[in-house]
Each structure stands twice: as C-alpha cells, then as structure tokens.
Design a binder for this molecule. Structure first.
Ligand code: SF4
Length: 401
C-alpha cells in the first residue's frame, strides 16, 4: 500500500487562519528528533512523508531533513502556505534537497476573502509566486484548499483561475474544515460551512477539473455530496484499499496511527448503497448536521472498480472486483471481531512502539508564551477566539534548553 506519513516540523506560522486546526504549541523539533520520525516511517515501509506544520518552511533545518528523508528512499512532500517559497532561491534549495511535491494551500483567489481567512494581507500574490517557483524548479505542485463558510460558494471560481493562469497544476485537494481541533473548534460559528453551502460549487469545480483531465481528492465530505465523483473521496479510497496514515503531531497527541476512516452516520445511511465504503460525516466537534445526509442508490461496485483500476495509482495490488471483494470481506470480518470496543480516541490510536515527537524546552516555552501574546492581539483585531491550550509537560520538566 502507498502509505504516506505526516511529520509536523513546527507548529508556529506566519499566517493567522481563524480555523487553524494545528496552531502553536511549546513543542520544538531538532534535526535529530525529526530524523527519528523519518526512520520510523522507513521502518514501517511507508512510501512517502509529508512535511507539514504550522508552516514547515519556518524550520531552519527543513532542507536538511528533506534531504535525509529523500536519501532514505521516501517520496518527500510538503504542505505550505507558500510565503517563503515565493523566494526563488528557497524554492531551488528545496528542489535540491529532494522535495518532489508541494501542496500549496490557497483558500480563495478572491484577494479580500483570502486575506480575511489568512488573517494576513498580501498572501495571495506570494502563493501564486510559490506555485510558479516550485514548478520552474521541477517540483510538482498540488493546490490544497480548506472548504469553509467564506469560500464555500466559489470553489469553482478558484478552479477557473488555476486552469487559466497555472495550467501546469494537475492535482487538487479539498479538505472540508475539521471543526474538532485548535482555533477551528472555538470559531465554528464563523467558519464551519453547512454541507449545502458548498454542494453546488464543489460539484461544478470537480466537473471542471475532470473535464480538463486533472485529478483531485476530497476529504471529510460524505459521498452523498460527491455526486459522480465518489471515487475521489480520500476516506473512500483508504477504506477500499485498506490504507493507514500516521501523523506525528508536534503536541500532546504525539503519534496517531489512523486505520479507521469511518466517522459518524445518520439513520439515512442504513438505506444507502455506498454505506460500506463511505466515511460518513466528519463531526467529532458536533459542528456538522447529520440531517443533511441522504441515501444514494448508485453502484458501489462501479466506485470500487474506478479506484482499484486507477492507472495513476497502482498501489493497491488486487485489480479485479472479485479479488477486492474477498480481501474487503476479510478485513470487515477482522474489524467486526473487535466491534464491541468503543471507537478509539486519539490517545488509543497511539502506537506503543512510536518514538517521542519533539521536545518541550525552556526556550520553546518562552517562545510559545511570546507567540501566544502576539497572537492574542491579532485574534482580538480580527474578531476570532484563541484556541484552548493544554500543555502537558514531561514529568521531569522541560526536556532541553
Ligand atoms: S447517506 Fe450516509 S452512507 Fe450514504 S453517502 Fe451519505 S453519509 Fe455516506
């Protein structure tokens, strides 16, 4: 399987999104603490690593850890807001370090909407420059977009821009807002969309991309809002192929190994033909409404077949429907044997053999306090709330200076 792990290399950022799900913490990484996590992914046979944050380009050792991961045979990717990548020299240094793919995160091509979502002016032009610089240095570029209340009505307008002005971008990723963590949790009313808010514009956007020969994935959107593109759901693809995901969180959660892609379901789901391969409604923060789900009556086999025979994704070895069904039923039977257990919490998803993630140092704590103060002022000026903070210091105090 083409499993890809995530390493949060920093948790601070040069933007201030009101729905950031992974904001600042006192944890820090050194090259050595990141190296241990890369080695862990290699040991688990992972295909690649995504360096993320916070804003990963703010870590001074980013090129070095990218080069190390690349030398270990991992496909090295990065999720970035693009501000530092607007510098062509920096883009070149990452290409030379072995970064093969960057996901540049842009929420809206409308400058006023992007500025209010980023809490920062002038980010859009930098993101466009980042996309160009990465492409010119031979790094593949994907566009990531968090679906939220402010961009929900013009996801297709964003796609028009990318196709017209950056035709070399061939792959797009939408993530519906995760309302369960960080600032997203405390600012749900401002940023969490209704599913119906984005239904039409997402459908138009997916159709435009598909017609133009581009590919895309959509995460945290139930299949009843994916129309004919159910095969593009990240959760569905992972359920069908039995994939897992490891995230090395640079916070108290530490390492989370996600193998269960099912979220929550409504009574309507009991009548739906896609129920076995649908991730349902992502709603750990009670922000989305199960009343918005409705059963669909389309062929599940057709969706599965599209995924397992996808020529651009040869990672799943069983390429026929009968072989997949046998494998899937065996996996279901194994899952049912543990059915009486309650859903695993993030703590329970912590693999016992996982290495520690990062350090809480005296210096990290001081920088964290300073950053919280400056961010609190910013939050007040933007009219958003600051995230809740839980800091669990190691029992013997900070573990570095
Ligand atoms: S009704 Fe339920 S199972 Fe069916 S597509 Fe919607 S969320 Fe998925």
């Amino acid at each position: 399987m083409a499993n890809i792990g995530y390493i949060q290399v920093v948790r601070h950022c040069n933007h201030f999104c009101g729905f950031c799900s992974n904001p600042t913490t006192p944890y820090v990484h050194t090259f050595d603490t990141m190296k241990v996590l890369v080695d862990d992914l290699v040991k688990r046979g992972y295909f690649g690593v995504i360096l993320t944050g916070g804003e990963p380009t703010l870590h001074p050792e980013l090129p070095r850890i990218a080069a190390y991961a690349s030398a270990q045979g991992l496909h090295v990717r990065m999720i970035t807001n693009g501000s530092r990548l607007a510098d062509p020299e920096f883009a070149r240094s990452l290409a030379e370090a072995g970064v093969r793919l960057v996901h540049v995160s842009v929420y809206s091509v409308r400058p006023d909407v992007e500025a209010s979502l980023r809490g920062t002016d002038g980010t859009l032009e930098k993101a466009f420059a980042a996309v160009r610089n990465a492409h010119e240095n031979g790094i593949e570029v994907n566009i990531n977009c968090v679906i939220n209340k402010l961009n929900a009505d013009h996801l297709d307008e964003n796609i028009d821009h990318w196709i017209t002005h950056h035709p070399y971008v061939r792959h797009f990723v939408w993530n519906n807002l995760d309302p369960s963590m960080g600032r997203a949790e405390v600012n749900q009313a401002q940023f969490t969309p209704r599913l119906s808010d984005f239904e039409v514009s997402l459908q138009r956007a997916m159709r435009k991309l598909h017609a133009s020969g581009r590919s895309f994935r959509v995460e945290k959107v139930p299949l009843c809002y994916m129309t004919e593109f159910a095969w593009a759901s990240t959760e569905t693809r992972k359920i069908v192929k039995g994939e897992e995901r490891i995230v090395h969180f640079l916070d108290n959660k530490q390492t989370v190994r996600q193998t269960d892609w099912e979220h929550i379901y409504a009574p309507a789901c009991n009548h739906c033909t896609l129920r076995p391969i649908c991730g349902g409604l992502f709603d750990r923060g009670a922000a989305y409404d199960p009343e918005e789900l409705y059963p669909v009556f389309v062929s599940m086999d057709a969706v599965v077949e599209t995924i397992i025979t996808d020529p651009s994704d040869p990672s799943y070895p069983l390429r026929t429907l009968p072989a997949w069904k046998k494998d899937f039923e065996e996996r279901l039977a194994a899952a049912r044997s543990g059915q009486d257990k309650p859903r695993a919490s993030p703590e329970e998803m912590h693999p016992p053999d996982a290495p520690p993630v990062g350090l809480v140092t005296e210096k990290g704590l001081r920088l964290f306090e300073a950053k919280r103060k400056s961010e609190a002022k910013k939050a007040e000026s933007l009219g958003v709330s600051m995230e809740r903070v839980e800091i669990a210091l190691p029992e013997d105090g900070p573990n570095g200076v």
